[in-house]
Design a protein. Structure first.
Length: 203
């Protein structure tokens, strides 16, 4: 997993609240357990019309937001089913940070497992960012995980809260497998000791 210390990126606002995981990745695309190949499925029913052509009205298709890596969303982002494909698609599309007033718990937890940082800021602060992103071309934010802060080149600066363990894992690029392997010596020792108490079958 890629380490996350500080990220500076263009913002794109997606104003709707209660965006669920089926809107993020529609169920018709859940044909693989691989983490790759889901970027095209991201917001598919909004990004494309019935013919498969890009919908020019959808925010991700607007040229001014090309290359955005920070998504500013409404409250309760990622609600609905617990599909891991939703954060996979967001990360593969190019997003490294999602800022919202609140997230669904399972989606929030799944983001940390792949190095995608969900940042919780209240609605007033989120609204200020959205306003800046709508009114200023190439509006960018800096997200500093070391300092636990979000700021821009204007006057916006806010701190955010994050669990110490999750922060440690992101800063060091450690996913669940990496964290387990860090205890490999203890695991091997335990397995060796345990095997001595297991009766071997007699034939």
């Amino acid at each position: 997993m890629e380490k996350f210390t500080k990220h500076v990126g263009k913002c794109v606002p997606l104003l709707e609240a209660n965006i669920d995981t089926d809107q993020i990745v529609p169920k018709k695309f859940l044909l693989s357990i691989s983490r790759s190949g889901f970027s095209k499925a991201l917001f598919y029913d909004w990004r494309f019309d019935k013919t498969g052509a890009p919908n020019p009205e959808f925010v991700l298709n607007k040229p001014r937001y090309d290359g955005a890596t920070i998504l500013i969303a409404g409250s309760n982002f990622g609600c609905g089913s617990s599909r891991e494909h939703a954060p996979w698609a967001l990360l593969e599309y190019g997003f490294r940070v999602i800022v919202a007033p609140s997230f669904a718990d399972i989606f929030y937890n799944n983001c940390f497992k792949i190095g995608l940082l969900p940042v919780v800021l209240d609605e007033r602060k989120t609204s200020l960012i959205i306003k800046n992103a709508e009114n200023q071309d190439d509006y960018s934010l800096a997200v500093d995980l070391i300092e636990k802060s979000v700021f821009d080149e204007l006057s916006f600066r806010e701190n955010f809260e994050i669990d110490d363990f999750r922060r440690y894992s992101l800063l060091n690029g450690l996913d669940d497998i990496d964290l387990t392997l860090m205890k490999q010596e203890k695991i091997s020792k335990y397995e060796k000791n345990t095997s001595n108490f297991i009766e071997k079958p007699t034939y």
